[in-house]
Design a protein around this ligand. Sequence first.
Ligand code: MN
Length: 228
Amino acid sequence: MSYVFTPDPISSVPVQGSSQRYAVNRIYCVGQNYGDHVREMGGDPKETPPVFFSKPADAIVINNSTVSYPQATSNLHYEVELVVALSRGGTQISEASAMDCIYGYAVGIDFTRRDLQIAAKKEGRPWDTAKGFDRSAPISPIKPFYDSKNLGGARIALSLNDEIRQEAELTDMIWSVSEIISELSNFYELKAGDLIFTGTPSGVSAVVPGDHIFAEIAGVGEIEFDMV
Ligand code: MN
């Protein structure tokens, strides 16, 4: 096989405790999956089903101590999220077998150009430019889970300049991880290498260059960087 130009390397994420890397296939995201965040965005959690959208596989940012402030926005928001990493997939996956598809978990940031998202919502346009931009998905190394894949009510939190801004328990999610995998597989054929960002709790706000972000999920991992 030869190509007309040299392709970029495959997007991949380090694996905790291993020299092997996790090759990224697709990045799916869930919107509006914590009741308090749905309310802060002006919605009713019971009437708003989760929204699926995606980011390109090369949007991930790994092991960086700095993340560049993106172009084309003046209102960049952080969203800390549990990221599910799949090791198998399929279509029409049942909730009962969904957890068998999970390789591990990570903590990630779903960076959002909120100004573009607000304009897109107003006009009924797609979210791609608001969500799927370059370096919009910083992610921690993936922690494999071999036995129990249930994280229970683990704490998820984000601090901006050492001040806690987002804090919740994973059990606060409207749709559970198994429900998300099952529902997503009704729209797409899921595959090993797919990452799923599972939505963010309340407390989102803008970041500017010079800000320091620290995010963690208990028992999963942490991520820390400066915006430049
Ligand atoms: Mn999000």
